[in-house]
Design a protein. Structure first.
Lengths: 257, 334
């Protein structure tokens, strides 16, 4: 080995640690990159983002394309939301691994030993779970629209009302944050990744169903109603994230080891 | 400086650490020894600002662990018992992530990362994901991470675990250099030879309490001030053992002795040994070697906690052939 990297004594620990916003972004970026490189996450996401939209377009929407435009338009909107929401299970899976999974692997302690606040760690973990899920949701929506254009007809895309479609798409990140926050809270309170994933998985169904129901009720009222719903869900997200961040304690995580 | 005063940590009704006090001045190393579950890791976590003490207080580099844990964490470097890496990342990216969290400016971060990668001989693995690293390489990365931000206090939990002998020696040299550059170091280890070589002070923990605290030599002397002296002869010398008893200050040694070996115990080796040698030589004995063995840290540990076998303790000396011989000699001498 070369000369010991003792460092400059005058410089010992004089650095000013990253502030909350920067630390949150650093942690989120790291978590997102790690999960985007994780093979099992990539495979399951590819199924949700590419395979399922193809199956629905090919096997469900295409056979009804020759029918009335109203029926097709309703179907296109339903599946637009469905293909956008399904990859969000990835967000909850990643979030479930953020605390319990990392604790099991032993790689949580170095982060907890860093001079970053509990808020930044929790926020970074949630954001790190949401970002890859949004990437997969975006891929799913784009592939869905491309498949409609190729397998049915580009003209049929015009049946999607732009304002309503965009409002539905706006609902996706709002639900992603909700699902990831719930999963992160669970993950920080159980011992194993498997337990976190099971509980988060069980909770996702009752979480997703009301959102789905809400989306359909609101779509009949128009895009503004859907946008209003998005705002309500985002407000709910904010409250949930704040409660989650305020109640999360690094020492409780360590005490569970 | 690291100071712990009556540090206590309870988890529900379980007391993990009970009334622990010690001081580690700048430029000193304290070795924390004890069986698994003795409270070493919890002590380190309290001092590292990860968990708050239930009772008592502590300061690290002048910052209170309870009032200002973030400042403590900014000044402390921690190597945990598991390397704990984000294995999908490359080594420079991983170190850069932690350097950024600690607030190191990018040019300094880059320079420091290069220094550490070179020091730990990981330059050939810069582009690889760490999932393919060996255990020893991962341990080196954990050490590099702990040293990255120039900490004033270091908490090292089994830092040489999994390293090959040369790398382990280099890490020990590094720890010594860190100590000499005014850092305070706490080393948790099961390797008593390592503790003896590096530590200024040894604290032996059992069931959350410190059961022995002091300089290694002082602890050994406290357990037994006697040295066991072994004289190896060129050939058996029948009247040798009887002659030993005639010298004031000698006591019979325990354990089996070979025909060409004479053994005795003494609390005053500097005074007694020359007399014994002179008498034996005058009487015609042909002496090959004279060796003196004091109580080892392992004996101190066993006396404080229980036998090493019971506690799952390993001694790197005992792992090697020479070490095994030395250990058996040590046990014979008791």
């Amino acid at each position: 080995m070369s000369a010991a990297p003792i460092g400059d004594q005058a410089e010992m620990s004089t650095f000013v640690p990253a502030n909350d916003v920067r630390a949150t972004l650093l942690i989120a970026r790291r978590a997102a990159i790690e999960s985007l490189r994780d093979r099992s996450t990539v495979i399951s996401s590819a199924i949700f983002s590419l395979v399922l939209p193809f199956i629905w377009v090919f096997a469900v929407i295409r056979p009804t394309a020759s029918g009335s435009d109203d029926t097709l338009a309703a179907l296109l909107i339903v599946y637009l939301l469905t293909v956008g929401l399904l990859p969000l299970t990835v967000a909850s899976g990643i979030a479930a691994g953020q605390f319990a999974g990392e604790q099991e692997k032993g790689n949580l302690a170095p982060l907890l030993a860093a001079p970053v606040s509990n808020r930044a760690i929790f926020g970074g973990k949630v954001l790190g779970a949401v970002l890859p899920a949004l990437v997969y949701s975006a891929i799913a929506i784009v592939s869905y629209l491309i498949e409609i254009a190729i397998l049915i007809s580009p003209a049929k895309l015009t049946l999607l009302p732009p304002a309503l479609a965009l409002s539905m798409i706006a609902l996706v990140p709002a639900v992603a944050i909700f699902a990831a926050t719930v999963a992160a809270v669970i993950s920080s309170r159980v011992r194993t990744y498997q337990a976190a994933q099971s509980i988060a998985g069980l909770l996702l169904v009752p979480i997703f169903l009301p959102f789905y129901f809400l989306a359909f009720v609101l779509q009949s009222w128009g895009p503004l109603a859907v946008l209003g719903g998005v705002v309500v869900v985002l407000a709910l997200d904010l409250v949930l994230v704040l409660i989650g961040a305020a109640s999360w304690r690094r020492e409780e995580v360590l005490a569970r080891q | 400086m690291i100071e712990a005063r009556s540090l206590t940590r309870r988890f529900g009704s379980f007391t993990a650490v009970d009334d622990v006090s010690f001081t580690v001045p700048d430029g000193a190393l304290l070795a924390l020894l004890g069986p698994n579950g003795a409270g070493k890791t919890t002590t380190v976590r309290m001092l590292g600002g990860l968990i708050a003490p239930s009772v008592g207080d502590a300061t690290v580099s002048g910052f209170d662990v309870r009032a200002n844990p973030s400042a403590v964490r900014a000044r402390a470097g921690l190597v945990t018992d598991a390397p704990g890496l984000y294995e999908q990342m490359s080594l420079p990216a991983y170190l850069d992530f932690f350097g950024a969290l600690y607030g190191m400016p990018q040019p300094r971060r880059r320079q420091r990362i290069d220094e550490l990668i070179e020091f730990f001989e990981l330059s050939d693995h810069r582009r690889e994901r760490m999932s393919g690293f060996s255990k020893g390489m991962k341990q080196k990365v954990a050490l590099a991470r702990a040293l990255l931000h120039e900490p004033t206090a270091l908490f090292l939990d089994e830092p040489t675990s999994g390293l090959d002998p040369l790398a382990a020696r280099a890490v020990r040299d590094l720890i010594t250099n860190l100590k000499h550059s005014s850092r305070s170091v706490i080393l948790c280890t099961h390797d008593l030879d390592e503790a003896e070589r590096l530590a200024d002070t040894v604290a032996i923990m059992s069931k959350g309490r410190i059961v022995a605290l002091g300089a290694p030599a002082a602890l050994r002397a406290r357990t037994s001030p006697e040295a066991t002296v072994r004289i190896t002869l060129a050939e058996p010398f029948a009247q040798g053992q009887a002659m030993l008893t005639e010298v004031a200050g000698t006591l019979p040694a325990e354990g089996a002795q070979a025909a060409d070996t004479l053994m005795y115990r003494t609390a005053r080796p500097q005074e007694v040994n020359p007399q014994v040698v002179e008498r034996l030589v005058t009487a015609g004995a042909r002496i090959v070697t004279v060796s003196s063995e004091t109580r080892s840290l392992e004996d101190v540990y066993a006396a404080a906690v229980g036998s090493p076998q019971e506690t799952g303790l390993t001694s790197s000396g005992a792992e090697s052939l020479n070490g095994a011989v030395a250990a058996s000699q040590g046990s014979e001498a008791q």
